[in-house]
Design a binder for this molecule. Structure first.
Ligand SMILES: [Zn+2]
Length: 178
């Protein structure tokens, strides 16, 4: 089997979906410990600033559900590779992030995902449809989770099997379509 070394593998020219200018997408091969290789694509349009990110498996693992019980600072620092087609759930915090059509893959940490949730909460603050008490309680739970005072489960449901949670504690379940 050919061994491709990690790092930049190629560049491709693409058209910006926002303004139509041409821009470069760079693809990198990245090795996720214990889990094989993923290809990360990244590009930015020089004329309008549109950012493109995607992640896909160099080897596909099939549909899967990944689960991590987060109960300490080490877990908050675990690396999460989220494919553009994966959903994120944190039942204890009432979080459910479904992939939209414009959804992009990203690499972050568990804490980074909480930061994203926090940004969404901040946007919802002035929404009249949102119940104040529910909002305050969600805010408090999120703060506790970020400070390691509240344990929670991070679940990634990925139909393409591209996502990864880099932790010895992460559980992986294969899913089969009916
Ligand atoms: Zn553009």
């Amino acid at each position: 089997m050919d061994e491709v070394s990690e790092g930049k593998i190629w560049e491709l020219e693409s058209k910006c979906p926002r303004c139509g200018a041409s821009y470069k997408i760079t693809e990198y091969l990245y090795h996720v410990p214990m889990d094989g290789r993923v290809i990360i694509s990244s590009g930015e349009c020089p004329s309008c600033g549109y950012k493109y990110r995607d992640i896909r498996a160099a080897e596909s693992h099939g549909p899967q559900r990944l689960k991590l019980w987060v109960d300490g600072p080490e877990d908050l620092n675990a690396i999460v590779v989220r494919a553009s087609t994966a959903s994120i759930y944190i039942p204890e915090l009432g979080v459910s992030i479904e992939p939209g059509p414009a959804s992009q893959g990203f690499i972050t940490t568990v804490e980074g995902i909480l930061d994203r949730v926090s940004r969404v909460l901040t946007v919802l603050k002035d929404d009249e449809e949102v119940d104040r008490r529910a909002w305050e309680s969600a805010r408090k739970d999120l703060e506790d989770a970020r400070k390691g005072r509240k344990s929670f489960t991070l679940i990634l449901v990925d139909p393409e099997g591209v996502s990864r949670i880099v932790s010895d504690k992460a559980e992986k379940e294969r899913m089969y379509s009916q």
